[in-house]
Design a protein around this ligand. Sequence first.
Ligand SMILES: C[S@@+](CC[C@H](N)C(=O)[O-])C[C@H]1O[C@@H](n2cnc3c(N)ncnc32)[C@H](O)[C@@H]1O
Length: 399
Amino acid sequence: MASEAIAQVLAGSPAERVLDRTLRDHRHLSREQRQALKEAVYNVGLWRRRLGFLLGREDATPPFLLYALLHGLSGVPAAEAATLAGLGAGPPPVLNPGEPPTLALRASLPDWLADHFARELGPEADAFCAHLNVPGPITLRANPLRTSREALAQRLLTEGVTTRPGPWSPLALHVEGPRPNLYGLPSLREGLFEVQDEGSQLLGLLVEARPGETVLDLCAGAGGKTLLLGAELKDAGRLMAYDPDPERLDRLLQRSSRAGLTHVQVLRKPPEPGLDADRVLVDAPCSELGSLRRGPDLRFRASPDVLAHFPPLQQDILQHAGDLVRPGGRLVYATCTVNRAENEDLVTAFLAARPEFHLVRPGAGWLAPACVRDGFLFVTPHRHGTDAFFAAVMERSAG
Ligand SMILES: C[S@@+](CC[C@H](N)C(=O)[O-])C[C@H]1O[C@@H](n2cnc3c(N)ncnc32)[C@H](O)[C@@H]1O
């Protein structure tokens, strides 16, 4: 059963879906067996290239990959690993000794992606890629319309969830210990918090929305950042959210009423130039290479074309956004990727075409300098414990 599920993941089916389906079809499994199946599917899905190196072949079948995982990476004795993996009789294969010679094999990434990260991050590429193989923490964002971070931590304790404050966002709490069933907690139903990566929280905070202002979330999706913008506005002001995906906007509306936001104006058509917003957030569609640690197989389902796919769309959206900001207003451009073509280069091209905009220091007065690189926000798993995010904060000249 594990071999079949692994084969599906190796063939490109999303690991999470394969696992859900397999567990549904095998309801008789014990808790321990379910956990073992989950670990086998996730870890072989994730480590497939490194396991291929251990076995000396890239095209090894699931039982051999499972054997290499158990014996080579987890230290289970060879004979026991062979039995657990379901290898037939005969001596189990001898594994390649030593460290894999390339970043792609060490971190179990496709070659094109490892090469890309090496170009982007230079000497830090190894540390960055290693952190893509460690699951991120579960991070909550306190909803300041309903509570404070400290009061939320106390409330969660009474619900059996221990947390610690995040180092970068003043609203972040990281869950400690085993993963709780957050969706069963009354505090979630009461809108006291949202689940949101700490880096993602920073993007919303960089807008620095103030009560009474007109704020537009131009790529609002299901509202992860809109909710934060509304809380910053203290629900006093004009908050607009646009996204071309109507289902995401429907979800945004449901979430905003739970969070206590009464004034979100959902736009079903793109806003017209001349809106004169005080602040516009562009949380752009992107290649999403900053969140690869969120799934064991995301890296293998991406294709190299993704690196060049988004900049034309991002430039269009940013140009549109520039027409919506009032003189003296603020424009924040953000992505969850590590790709200069979608980040620094894109903003540089925008600023060259639109001299009325200039770059300002992100989060002046509150954002830790460690979150700023070359005038942009740039956070990463290996340095900050967050997913990777980029943001540029720009202002439009008043004159
Ligand atoms: C990174 S996601 C936004 C996530 C969201 N801000 C959040 O925090 O949950 C990018 C969004 O951009 C939207 N998008 C795609 N094309 C767009 C366009 N031309 N204008 C505005 N938004 C667009 C996508 O539908 C997607 O929801």
